[in-house]
Design a protein around this ligand. Structure first.
Ligand code: TRP
Length: 338
Protein backbone atom coordinates (compact mmCIF):
# COMPACT_ATOMS: atom_id res chain seq x y z
CA UNK A 1 0.00 0.00 0.00
CA UNK A 2 1.29 3.43 -0.83
CA UNK A 3 1.95 5.84 2.02
CA UNK A 4 -0.18 8.97 2.27
CA UNK A 5 1.59 11.82 0.56
CA UNK A 6 3.61 13.82 3.02
CA UNK A 7 3.13 17.56 3.28
CA UNK A 8 5.60 19.71 1.38
CA UNK A 9 7.89 22.01 3.38
CA UNK A 10 9.93 24.74 1.73
CA UNK A 11 12.36 27.18 3.26
CA UNK A 12 15.35 29.13 2.13
CA UNK A 13 18.34 31.02 3.42
CA UNK A 14 20.57 33.65 1.88
CA UNK A 15 24.26 32.92 1.41
CA UNK A 16 25.83 35.52 3.65
CA UNK A 17 28.94 33.66 4.76
CA UNK A 18 29.39 32.15 8.18
CA UNK A 19 26.64 30.33 10.09
CA UNK A 20 26.33 31.13 13.78
CA UNK A 21 24.59 29.54 16.76
CA UNK A 22 21.73 32.04 16.43
CA UNK A 23 20.96 30.83 12.88
CA UNK A 24 21.40 27.23 13.91
CA UNK A 25 19.26 27.13 17.07
CA UNK A 26 16.76 29.64 15.68
CA UNK A 27 16.14 28.04 12.28
CA UNK A 28 18.41 25.44 10.75
CA UNK A 29 18.18 22.92 13.58
CA UNK A 30 14.44 22.93 13.03
CA UNK A 31 14.95 22.36 9.28
CA UNK A 32 16.90 19.23 10.12
CA UNK A 33 14.14 18.00 12.46
CA UNK A 34 11.36 18.68 9.91
CA UNK A 35 13.00 16.27 7.46
CA UNK A 36 11.71 13.39 9.61
CA UNK A 37 8.06 14.30 9.15
CA UNK A 38 7.74 16.12 5.84
CA UNK A 39 9.02 16.25 2.29
CA UNK A 40 11.46 19.11 2.59
CA UNK A 41 13.05 21.36 0.02
CA UNK A 42 15.60 23.90 1.22
CA UNK A 43 17.13 26.54 -0.99
CA UNK A 44 20.35 28.50 -0.84
CA UNK A 45 18.93 31.58 -2.47
CA UNK A 46 21.74 33.32 -4.28
CA UNK A 47 19.45 35.43 -6.52
CA UNK A 48 18.14 37.01 -3.32
CA UNK A 49 21.67 37.87 -2.23
CA UNK A 50 22.08 40.14 -5.28
CA UNK A 51 19.46 42.56 -4.01
CA UNK A 52 21.97 44.23 -1.70
CA UNK A 53 25.40 45.46 -2.82
CA UNK A 54 27.41 42.28 -3.47
CA UNK A 55 30.70 40.94 -4.72
CA UNK A 56 30.66 38.09 -7.30
CA UNK A 57 33.62 36.18 -5.85
CA UNK A 58 32.16 36.32 -2.38
CA UNK A 59 28.69 35.43 -3.62
CA UNK A 60 30.02 32.26 -5.24
CA UNK A 61 32.21 31.34 -2.25
CA UNK A 62 29.46 32.04 0.30
CA UNK A 63 26.96 29.96 -1.66
CA UNK A 64 29.12 26.84 -1.47
CA UNK A 65 30.23 27.62 2.07
CA UNK A 66 26.60 27.67 3.16
CA UNK A 67 25.87 24.44 1.30
CA UNK A 68 28.70 22.67 3.16
CA UNK A 69 27.60 24.19 6.48
CA UNK A 70 24.02 23.05 5.99
CA UNK A 71 25.14 19.54 5.10
CA UNK A 72 27.50 19.48 8.11
CA UNK A 73 24.66 20.21 10.53
CA UNK A 74 22.40 17.55 9.07
CA UNK A 75 20.41 18.91 6.12
CA UNK A 76 20.15 16.10 3.58
CA UNK A 77 21.77 16.59 0.19
CA UNK A 78 18.55 15.44 -1.52
CA UNK A 79 16.62 18.30 0.12
CA UNK A 80 19.02 21.00 -0.94
CA UNK A 81 19.20 23.14 -4.05
CA UNK A 82 20.97 26.30 -5.18
CA UNK A 83 18.50 28.84 -6.50
CA UNK A 84 20.48 29.95 -9.55
CA UNK A 85 20.50 26.32 -10.72
CA UNK A 86 16.70 26.58 -10.90
CA UNK A 87 16.24 29.70 -13.05
CA UNK A 88 12.47 29.05 -13.27
CA UNK A 89 12.23 30.95 -9.96
CA UNK A 90 13.00 34.17 -11.79
CA UNK A 91 10.61 33.40 -14.61
CA UNK A 92 7.79 32.78 -12.17
CA UNK A 93 8.79 35.94 -10.32
CA UNK A 94 8.16 37.96 -13.49
CA UNK A 95 4.76 36.43 -13.98
CA UNK A 96 3.91 37.03 -10.32
CA UNK A 97 4.98 40.66 -10.65
CA UNK A 98 1.91 41.04 -12.79
CA UNK A 99 -0.27 39.64 -10.00
CA UNK A 100 1.27 41.80 -7.27
CA UNK A 101 0.04 45.14 -6.11
CA UNK A 102 2.66 47.87 -6.16
CA UNK A 103 1.05 49.43 -3.10
CA UNK A 104 1.40 46.23 -1.09
CA UNK A 105 5.12 46.00 -1.95
CA UNK A 106 5.70 49.54 -0.72
CA UNK A 107 4.36 48.46 2.68
CA UNK A 108 6.88 45.63 3.25
CA UNK A 109 8.75 46.43 6.44
CA UNK A 110 11.82 44.39 5.52
CA UNK A 111 12.15 46.53 2.37
CA UNK A 112 12.07 49.66 4.47
CA UNK A 113 14.79 48.32 6.80
CA UNK A 114 16.97 46.90 4.06
CA UNK A 115 16.68 49.89 1.77
CA UNK A 116 18.08 51.98 4.60
CA UNK A 117 21.01 49.53 4.99
CA UNK A 118 21.48 49.29 1.24
CA UNK A 119 21.58 53.03 0.91
CA UNK A 120 24.33 53.22 3.53
CA UNK A 121 26.36 50.35 2.02
CA UNK A 122 25.82 51.25 -1.62
CA UNK A 123 26.24 55.00 -1.51
CA UNK A 124 22.56 55.81 -1.98
CA UNK A 125 21.73 52.99 -4.37
CA UNK A 126 18.58 50.94 -3.76
CA UNK A 127 17.96 48.29 -6.43
CA UNK A 128 14.58 47.50 -7.90
CA UNK A 129 15.52 43.89 -7.04
CA UNK A 130 15.38 44.74 -3.36
CA UNK A 131 11.90 46.15 -3.84
CA UNK A 132 10.81 43.06 -5.77
CA UNK A 133 12.47 40.54 -3.43
CA UNK A 134 9.20 39.45 -1.74
CA UNK A 135 7.77 38.46 -5.14
CA UNK A 136 10.81 36.27 -5.81
CA UNK A 137 10.25 34.78 -2.36
CA UNK A 138 6.61 34.05 -3.29
CA UNK A 139 7.89 32.29 -6.41
CA UNK A 140 10.36 30.25 -4.28
CA UNK A 141 7.47 28.98 -2.20
CA UNK A 142 4.67 28.54 -4.73
CA UNK A 143 6.82 26.93 -7.41
CA UNK A 144 6.99 23.80 -5.18
CA UNK A 145 3.33 24.07 -4.05
CA UNK A 146 4.60 24.19 -0.48
CA UNK A 147 2.10 23.51 2.31
CA UNK A 148 4.32 24.78 5.12
CA UNK A 149 7.03 27.38 5.28
CA UNK A 150 9.15 27.40 8.44
CA UNK A 151 10.15 31.03 8.96
CA UNK A 152 10.64 33.56 11.71
CA UNK A 153 8.00 36.12 12.65
CA UNK A 154 9.92 38.71 10.62
CA UNK A 155 8.78 36.87 7.47
CA UNK A 156 5.08 36.88 8.32
CA UNK A 157 4.35 39.79 5.99
CA UNK A 158 6.11 38.07 3.09
CA UNK A 159 4.04 34.93 3.66
CA UNK A 160 0.88 37.02 3.66
CA UNK A 161 1.93 38.53 0.32
CA UNK A 162 2.64 35.04 -1.03
CA UNK A 163 -0.87 33.93 -0.12
CA UNK A 164 -2.34 37.06 -1.70
CA UNK A 165 -0.46 36.40 -4.95
CA UNK A 166 -1.59 32.75 -5.00
CA UNK A 167 -5.17 33.78 -4.37
CA UNK A 168 -5.17 36.51 -6.99
CA UNK A 169 -3.63 34.13 -9.53
CA UNK A 170 -6.18 31.39 -8.81
CA UNK A 171 -9.04 33.83 -9.00
CA UNK A 172 -7.98 35.58 -12.21
CA UNK A 173 -7.03 32.36 -13.99
CA UNK A 174 -10.22 30.68 -12.80
CA UNK A 175 -8.51 27.65 -11.32
CA UNK A 176 -7.50 26.62 -7.80
CA UNK A 177 -4.00 25.97 -9.03
CA UNK A 178 -1.83 27.14 -6.16
CA UNK A 179 -1.99 25.77 -2.63
CA UNK A 180 -2.12 28.59 -0.07
CA UNK A 181 1.01 28.01 2.02
CA UNK A 182 0.95 28.30 5.81
CA UNK A 183 3.83 29.69 7.83
CA UNK A 184 5.24 27.27 10.37
CA UNK A 185 6.24 29.33 13.39
CA UNK A 186 8.03 26.76 15.47
CA UNK A 187 8.94 27.94 18.93
CA UNK A 188 12.68 28.09 18.39
CA UNK A 189 14.99 29.86 20.82
CA UNK A 190 15.93 33.43 19.97
CA UNK A 191 19.60 33.65 20.77
CA UNK A 192 21.02 37.04 21.76
CA UNK A 193 24.46 38.53 21.26
CA UNK A 194 26.86 37.56 24.07
CA UNK A 195 28.30 41.08 24.07
CA UNK A 196 24.91 42.79 24.13
CA UNK A 197 22.12 40.49 25.26
CA UNK A 198 19.47 43.08 24.40
CA UNK A 199 20.04 42.52 20.65
CA UNK A 200 19.88 39.32 18.66
CA UNK A 201 22.97 37.35 17.71
CA UNK A 202 23.98 38.69 14.33
CA UNK A 203 26.98 38.82 12.10
CA UNK A 204 26.29 42.31 10.83
CA UNK A 205 26.72 43.79 14.32
CA UNK A 206 30.41 42.72 14.45
CA UNK A 207 32.62 39.85 15.57
CA UNK A 208 31.84 39.91 19.29
CA UNK A 209 28.09 39.76 18.64
CA UNK A 210 28.05 36.24 17.22
CA UNK A 211 29.65 32.83 17.68
CA UNK A 212 30.23 30.87 14.51
CA UNK A 213 29.40 27.17 14.50
CA UNK A 214 32.89 26.51 13.20
CA UNK A 215 34.82 28.93 15.39
CA UNK A 216 38.03 27.90 17.19
CA UNK A 217 37.47 26.41 20.60
CA UNK A 218 39.54 29.12 22.27
CA UNK A 219 37.49 31.87 20.70
CA UNK A 220 34.19 30.23 21.62
CA UNK A 221 35.36 30.01 25.23
CA UNK A 222 36.58 33.58 25.19
CA UNK A 223 33.30 34.95 23.84
CA UNK A 224 31.27 33.04 26.42
CA UNK A 225 33.61 33.96 29.25
CA UNK A 226 33.25 37.63 28.43
CA UNK A 227 29.48 37.43 27.86
CA UNK A 228 27.60 40.24 29.58
CA UNK A 229 25.59 38.91 32.54
CA UNK A 230 24.42 41.99 34.39
CA UNK A 231 23.12 44.87 32.33
CA UNK A 232 22.17 46.82 35.41
CA UNK A 233 18.61 47.64 34.45
CA UNK A 234 16.93 44.35 35.36
CA UNK A 235 14.00 44.72 37.76
CA UNK A 236 14.25 42.86 41.10
CA UNK A 237 13.34 39.19 40.90
CA UNK A 238 13.83 38.94 37.13
CA UNK A 239 16.60 37.15 35.33
CA UNK A 240 18.88 39.57 33.48
CA UNK A 241 18.89 39.21 29.67
CA UNK A 242 22.50 38.01 29.63
CA UNK A 243 21.94 35.23 32.17
CA UNK A 244 18.74 34.26 30.41
CA UNK A 245 20.62 34.02 27.12
CA UNK A 246 23.24 31.72 28.67
CA UNK A 247 20.52 29.43 30.03
CA UNK A 248 18.81 29.55 26.63
CA UNK A 249 22.04 28.45 24.95
CA UNK A 250 22.48 25.60 27.42
CA UNK A 251 18.94 24.39 26.88
CA UNK A 252 19.24 24.69 23.10
CA UNK A 253 22.45 22.62 23.29
CA UNK A 254 20.38 19.95 25.08
CA UNK A 255 22.67 19.67 28.08
CA UNK A 256 19.67 19.26 30.37
CA UNK A 257 21.58 17.91 33.38
CA UNK A 258 23.74 21.00 33.56
CA UNK A 259 20.73 23.19 32.78
CA UNK A 260 18.63 21.84 35.62
CA UNK A 261 21.35 21.81 38.21
CA UNK A 262 22.47 25.37 37.39
CA UNK A 263 18.86 26.56 37.32
CA UNK A 264 18.45 25.17 40.84
CA UNK A 265 21.50 27.15 41.92
CA UNK A 266 20.04 30.25 40.31
CA UNK A 267 16.74 29.82 42.12
CA UNK A 268 18.55 29.24 45.41
CA UNK A 269 20.59 32.39 44.80
CA UNK A 270 23.87 30.47 44.83
CA UNK A 271 24.66 30.47 41.11
CA UNK A 272 28.20 31.42 40.17
CA UNK A 273 28.20 32.90 36.69
CA UNK A 274 31.53 31.33 35.94
CA UNK A 275 30.00 27.87 36.36
CA UNK A 276 27.16 28.73 34.04
CA UNK A 277 29.58 30.12 31.48
CA UNK A 278 31.82 27.05 31.66
CA UNK A 279 28.85 24.77 31.11
CA UNK A 280 27.66 26.81 28.11
CA UNK A 281 31.16 26.94 26.60
CA UNK A 282 31.57 23.16 27.06
CA UNK A 283 28.23 22.49 25.39
CA UNK A 284 28.92 24.79 22.42
CA UNK A 285 32.43 23.41 21.95
CA UNK A 286 31.04 19.85 21.95
CA UNK A 287 28.53 20.74 19.25
CA UNK A 288 31.07 22.71 17.28
CA UNK A 289 33.56 19.81 17.38
CA UNK A 290 30.91 17.51 15.99
CA UNK A 291 30.03 19.93 13.16
CA UNK A 292 33.68 20.60 12.36
CA UNK A 293 34.33 16.89 12.05
CA UNK A 294 31.41 16.44 9.67
CA UNK A 295 32.41 19.46 7.64
CA UNK A 296 35.99 18.25 7.31
CA UNK A 297 34.71 14.89 6.01
CA UNK A 298 32.54 16.70 3.45
CA UNK A 299 35.39 18.98 2.42
CA UNK A 300 37.59 15.95 1.84
CA UNK A 301 35.12 14.96 -0.86
CA UNK A 302 34.41 18.41 -2.10
CA UNK A 303 34.05 17.52 -5.76
CA UNK A 304 31.67 14.66 -5.11
CA UNK A 305 29.54 16.77 -2.74
CA UNK A 306 29.29 19.55 -5.31
CA UNK A 307 28.24 17.02 -7.91
CA UNK A 308 25.52 15.72 -5.57
CA UNK A 309 24.15 19.21 -4.98
CA UNK A 310 24.07 19.95 -8.70
CA UNK A 311 22.25 16.69 -9.19
CA UNK A 312 19.69 17.36 -6.46
CA UNK A 313 19.18 20.89 -7.82
CA UNK A 314 18.51 19.39 -11.26
CA UNK A 315 16.01 16.94 -9.78
CA UNK A 316 14.25 19.66 -7.79
CA UNK A 317 14.26 21.78 -10.95
CA UNK A 318 11.97 19.32 -12.71
CA UNK A 319 9.24 20.18 -10.16
CA UNK A 320 9.75 23.90 -10.81
CA UNK A 321 9.67 23.38 -14.57
CA UNK A 322 6.34 21.60 -14.38
CA UNK A 323 4.82 24.45 -12.35
CA UNK A 324 6.09 27.08 -14.77
CA UNK A 325 4.76 25.09 -17.74
CA UNK A 326 1.32 24.92 -16.10
CA UNK A 327 1.38 28.61 -15.19
CA UNK A 328 2.36 29.68 -18.71
CA UNK A 329 -0.40 27.53 -20.11
CA UNK A 330 -2.95 29.08 -17.74
CA UNK A 331 -1.75 32.61 -18.59
CA UNK A 332 -1.90 32.19 -22.37
CA UNK A 333 1.87 32.24 -22.77
CA UNK A 334 3.72 29.88 -25.11
CA UNK A 335 5.42 26.66 -24.09
CA UNK A 336 7.92 25.03 -26.45
CA UNK A 337 6.15 21.69 -26.13
CA UNK A 338 2.40 21.32 -25.99
N1 TRP B 1 13.40 36.25 2.92
C1 TRP B 1 13.95 35.21 3.73
C2 TRP B 1 14.82 35.84 4.82
O1 TRP B 1 15.17 36.99 4.72
C3 TRP B 1 14.76 34.22 2.92
C4 TRP B 1 13.93 33.55 1.89
C5 TRP B 1 13.99 33.73 0.53
C6 TRP B 1 12.91 32.59 2.15
N2 TRP B 1 13.10 32.93 -0.09
C7 TRP B 1 12.41 32.23 0.85
C8 TRP B 1 12.37 32.03 3.31
C9 TRP B 1 11.37 31.30 0.75
C10 TRP B 1 11.34 31.09 3.18
C11 TRP B 1 10.85 30.74 1.91
O2 TRP B 1 15.16 35.17 5.77
Amino acid sequence: MSEAKRKQVLSAIQPTGDMHFGNYFGAVKNWVALQEKYDCIYGVVDYHAMTMPFNPKKLRAHTWELVFNLLAVGVKAESLFIQSLVPEHTELCWIFNCFTSYGQLTRMTQFKDKSRQSEEAGGGFISAGLFDYPVLQAADILIYRADYVPVGKDQEQHLELTRDIAQRFNQQMGKEYFVLPEPLFTDTPKIASPADPTRKMSKSAGDKHYISLFEDEARIRKKIRSAVTDTGATPEGQMSPGVKNLFELLKASEDMDAYESLMKDYQAGTLKYVNLKDAVADALVRLSDHFKERKAALMAEKKEVKRQIKESSARIRTIAQQTVRDVKELCGLQNVKG
